[in-house]
Design a binder for this molecule. Structure first.
Ligand SMILES: [Mg+2]
Length: 252
C-alpha cells in the first residue's frame, strides 16, 4: 500500500464520486450505547465543522460525496443534518441509500434475519450492551467478544457476524455489504467503478473498497487498499483524504 502523499493529480483525474465511511474515518471510532429494559440510549457524534466545510468544498469542486456506513439512516441524518443537500447516505452495510430525500432499498433481509434475531434476543450476558436500532442488519453492542453470540452466528452459514471492536454486525454473507449499496449508487448516478474513490477503516469496508477505482485504507491491520492513511494521526482519515483531493484539484 502506498502512502496517501503519493496520490497524484492524474490518479484523481477520473474521480467523480468520493465514498466515505463514518466511524474511524469522519469521526473517531467507538459508540456509546446503553440498553436497560426497553430503554436504549446512545450518543450521536456530530461531524466537526471542518469536515462539513471540506464536504461542501468537494461538492463545489464538482464531486459527488457518498457516506457509506453500517449505521442506521436516522443516525446518519442526525449526524449529517447540516450537509444533507451535498451528500447521499448509504446505510446499514449497503442495505439502502438515501438520495435527495428518496430512499432506495437494495435488499430485503427480513426472512433471513428474523430467526437469528429472536435467538440473539434471548442471550443474557454481562458483556452485552444492547441492540442498536436497525432496519436491515442486526447490530449487537458488547463490551468484548461473547462466545455464545459467535456460536449462534456460526450456525447460520449464509450469515456474517463481523466483530468491529464495539459490536457485532450481522447480515447476509456476500450480499448485504457496503459494496451492494455502492454498486447501486454507481448505476443511479450513471458512472463507473473507475470514477469512484473510497475510504474505509474496518472489516465491513472490504467489499466496498474492492468496488472502487481508488481504494484507501485507514487501518492497514484490518483492510487492504491502493493507498493508506494513519487511523490515529493528528487529523482524521477523512480529513487527510479530502484535504489531499481538494489540494490536487484546485492546484494549478
Ligand atoms: Mg469505520
Amino acid at each position: 500500500m502506498k502512502s496517501l502523499n503519493l496520490l497524484t493529480k492524474k490518479d484523481v483525474e477520473n474521480i467523480k464520486l468520493i465514498v466515505l465511511d463514518v466511524d474511524g474515518v469522519l469521526v473517531p471510532r467507538g459508540t456509546k450505547i446503553r440498553q436497560a429494559g426497553n430503554k436504549t440510549s446512545f450518543v450521536v457524534k456530530k461531524i466537526a465543522q471542518k469536515q462539513i466545510l471540506q464536504i461542501k468544498k468537494l461538492h463545489e469542486t464538482g464531486f459527488k460525496v457518498n457516506i457509506n456506513s453500517g449505521r442506521g439512516l436516522y443516525f446518519l441524518q442526525l449526524m449529517f443534518s447540516e450537509i444533507l443537500p451535498f451528500v447521499s447516505l448509504t446505510y446499514e452495510n449497503g442495505s439502502a441509500t438515501w438520495f435527495k430525500g428518496k430512499v432506495y432499498q437494495h435488499i430485503n433481509s427480513f426472512n433471513k434475519l428474523k430467526k437469528i434475531y429472536s435467538e440473539l434476543k434471548k442471550v443474557k450476558h454481562r458483556d452485552i450492551k444492547g441492540f442498536e436500532p436497525k432496519e436491515f442488519i442486526i447490530t449487537l453492542h458488547c463490551k468484548k467478544r461473547v462466545a455464545e453470540i459467535e456460536k449462534i452466528v456460526g450456525k447460520y452459514r449464509n450469515l456474517y457476524g463481523i466483530w468491529n471492536g464495539d459490536a457485532y454486525d450481522i447480515g447476509i454473507k456476500k450480499v448485504q455489504t457496503k459494496a451492494l449499496g455502492l454498486r447501486r449508487l454507481i448505476k443511479l448516478l450513471g458512472i463507473r467503478k473507475n470514477n469512484v474513490l473510497a475510504l474505509g477503516d474496518n472489516f465491513n469496508d472490504r467489499e466496498m473498497l474492492e468496488e472502487a477505482g481508488i481504494s484507501i485504507s485507514a487501518d492497514k491491520s484490518r483492510l487492504k487498499g491502493d493507498f493508506c492513511v494513519p487511523l490515529n494521526g493528528k487529523f482524521l482519515p477523512a480529513d487527510l483524504v479530502m484535504q489531499k483531493i481538494i489540494q490536487l484539484k484546485t492546484k494549478i
